[in-house]
Design a protein around this ligand. Structure first.
Ligand SMILES: [Zn+2]
Length: 126
């Protein structure tokens, strides 16, 4: 069983994680094992963040549901929604300048448990 090493804050996310969460992985073929008769066990990896994707490929080219192996702190222990993904896009491209930081101010702590929550968000989005 894998360790659960999830980032607790955006700043703790693994290198490349924000980019891949914003724009998708850059899958590259790493290995394949097996043969035409039974199909292949294929491993792909993303050089941006280090995530691995493992799946079976049938002799006819059909895929099974993939399994992913994530680097430490790729997954997050906090909610990642549209606002966070928007921030990831700006940061991944180096466009999150000081003006944006001043406008948005400090990131508020998400309320735990019951509470009104952040303005503009429904309680079930967290
Ligand atoms: Zn990636």
């Amino acid at each position: 069983m894998r360790r659960d090493t999830r980032a607790k804050r955006i700043e703790e996310l693994a290198e490349g994680a924000a980019h891949c969460r914003a724009f998708g992985h850059h899958w590259q073929h790493v290995t394949h094992e097996g043969g035409r008769k039974k199909g292949w066990a294929v491993t792909m990896a993303c050089p941006t963040c280090g995530t691995q994707k493992l799946f079976q490929l049938s002799q006819r080219g059909e895929l099974t549901a993939p399994r992913y192996i994530y680097p430490d702190n790729y997954l997050a222990a906090f909610y990642i929604g549209p606002d966070e993904r928007a921030e990831f896009r700006l940061e991944a491209l180096g466009l999150a300048g000081p003006v944006l930081k001043v406008v948005n101010g400090d990131r508020p702590e998400l309320p735990m448990g019951k509470g009104k929550g952040l303005p503009g968000r429904r309680a079930d989005e967290r």
